[in-house]
Each structure stands twice: as C-alpha cells, then as structure tokens.
Design a protein around this ligand. Structure first.
Ligand SMILES: O=P(O)(O)OC[C@H]1O[C@H](O[C@H]2O[C@H](CO)[C@@H](O)[C@H](O)[C@H]2O)[C@H](O)[C@@H](O)[C@@H]1O
Length: 260
C-alpha cells in the first residue's frame, strides 16, 4: 500500500541527485499519472502544464510513455513526437524516426480478439454502463458506470467467456477488465526492451511512475532503478516511493527540473 512508502516529494532532492548521477531513463504511465482519471475513457486528457513538464524532462532524461491504451491513442493524447510510446500494455511500441515494434506472438491472437469481442458485447448487453474499448492487442471492458452490485456479475461473465479462449487472459485495472493475449509480456518487459532504444550503452537506471495494478509488472520487473506509485490502487506494491496524486507528480517533475 502506498501509505507505507516514503514520499518521492520529501526525498525529491536526493532522488534528483541520484537520477542525474545515474543518467536515469524515465518511464511514465498515462491514465492516473499524467492525466486525471475521469468517468469516460475517451475524455482523458493531459494538461498543457503537464505536457510542457514532460517535454522539458524528456530533454534531460530520455523518456517513454507506457500505457494500457492503444499506442496511437496514447501518443496522440500526449502529443510529444520526440517520445517513445508503448501501448496495449507494451504489445505495440512506437518511437521517433518511424520506429515501430509489435509483439509477433500477439499478432497471432488478433483473430481471437475479433471473435470474442462481439460475443462479449452480446454476453454483457443487458448490464447498463458496460463500455468496450478495443486497442490493437488488448480489449478493455470498462465498468466505471455499472451499478456497484453488478460489477461481480461483469467479472464472472467475462471469466466464463474466456474459458473457451486459452490464448487470452484477464487482468484487472481501475474499474476495467483488460483482456490480453496469454503471452509472457507486460509493461515491465516493454520497459526492458525500451531501455535499449532509449539509453546509451550502460545507461539503464530506470525510473517508472505509475498508478495502477498493471504498473506493478513494471515496478517488479525493473531491476536497476526505482518505482514510484501514484495514489493507491489498494493492493500490495513493489514500488519504492509514492506520490499522492497528479498534483504531486507535477511538483515532483518541477523539482527534477530545478538546477538543470
Ligand atoms: O496504463 P495506463 O496509461 O494507466 O492505462 C490504463 C487504462 O487507462 C484507461 O482507463 C482508465 O482511465 C479512464 C479515464 O480516466 C477511466 O475512465 C477508467 O475507468 C480507467 O480504467 C484506458 O481507457 C484503458 O484503455 C487503459 O488500459
């Protein structure tokens, strides 16, 4: 839980010195970290203030955005062309100079997504408030607007439908079920892959900032560096520091930019 973690803001100056010394690489989640959580996923937006901070930071620390959103979607929302973007929880990665890397194994699962998506629409059609978001390599089923007493039913029906599809698996996020390929790939592995693209040789100290359970894959997997949890997702965390909310993320970014 995040309240057991030291505050990244309170330790800001020592962290800034460490990041400078280690020439840190910066990995940033989008929803809940750069953009506030909102009722409808299509309305999520990064503020001009935050965009400017991320742009300035990326000139000091090579940076990537690592998101559960589709790669195009998140890159358009952030709209800083100089950055790398890992979308669909890392299954698709883009970067400057038309860099594009899609997970080959996940490509083979695309027809299964096409098959199960209409079935799930049908299966959940009588539950008000369910909202689908298809990303290239993952399918989100949002239940933020579903009545509290019906959310277990959404989980149960999705789990039951997935029994016939061993090449897909279910993961949880904030008021969302994420259906992903049953492949050993996640945000943490995407970060390891991105280190090669972003850093110079031997530059692999990574700072990962995220708010959701799916960011735990990155907190756990990132060996050399540290994780900062934004807010509290209600589960155990492998992060090293915490920030209370997006305002604190902004303050932390400002602090990192001091003395440059
Ligand atoms: O990895 P992230 O960049 O944090 O993306 C995780 C999911 O974020 C989005 O859903 C979440 O944010 C929505 C907008 O605030 C909110 O309405 C929803 O309840 C949250 O789960 C996005 O829509 C998903 O595709 C991402 O996987």
């Amino acid at each position: 839980m995040s309240h057991q973690l030291p505050s990244a803001l309170e330790h800001g100056k020592e962290l800034r010195d460490k990041f400078q010394q280690e020439k840190a690489l910066l990995f940033l989640d989008f929803d809940g970290t750069l953009a506030p959580i909102v009722e409808h996923h299509e309305d999520a937006a990064i503020s001009e203030k935050m965009r400017d901070l991320v742009l300035r930071l990326s000139k000091v620390y090579p940076a990537a955005v690592v998101s559960g959103r589709g790669m195009k979607d998140v890159s358009q929302r952030v709209n800083i062309p100089e950055l790398y973007y890992a979308g669909s929880h890392g299954f698709e990665i883009s970067g400057p100079g038309n860099f594009l890397k899609e997970n080959d194994e996940a490509q083979k699962v695309l027809p299964t997504f096409d098959e199960i998506e209409p079935l799930l629409h049908e299966e959940l059609s009588d539950i008000a408030g369910v909202d689908f978001e298809r990303k290239k390599f993952t399918l989100a089923i949002h239940y933020r607007k579903v009545k509290e007493e019906m959310t277990d039913e959404v989980h149960d029906r999705v789990a039951a439908s997935l029994k016939d599809y061993p090449d897909l698996k279910k993961a949880d996020g904030k008021k969302v079920i994420e259906i992903r390929p049953s492949i050993d790939w996640h945000k943490g592995k995407a970060v390891e892959f991105l280190k090669e693209q972003l850093g110079e040789k031997d530059q692999n100290y990574s700072v990962y900032i995220g708010d959701d359970v799916t960011d735990e894959d990155a907190f756990k997997y990132v060996q050399n560096g540290l994780g900062i949890l934004v807010g509290d997702h209600g589960h155990q965390t492998s992060a090293d520091y915490s920030l209370k909310n997006i305002d604190e993320v902004e303050q932390f970014f400002r602090l990192l930019l001091e003395k440059q």
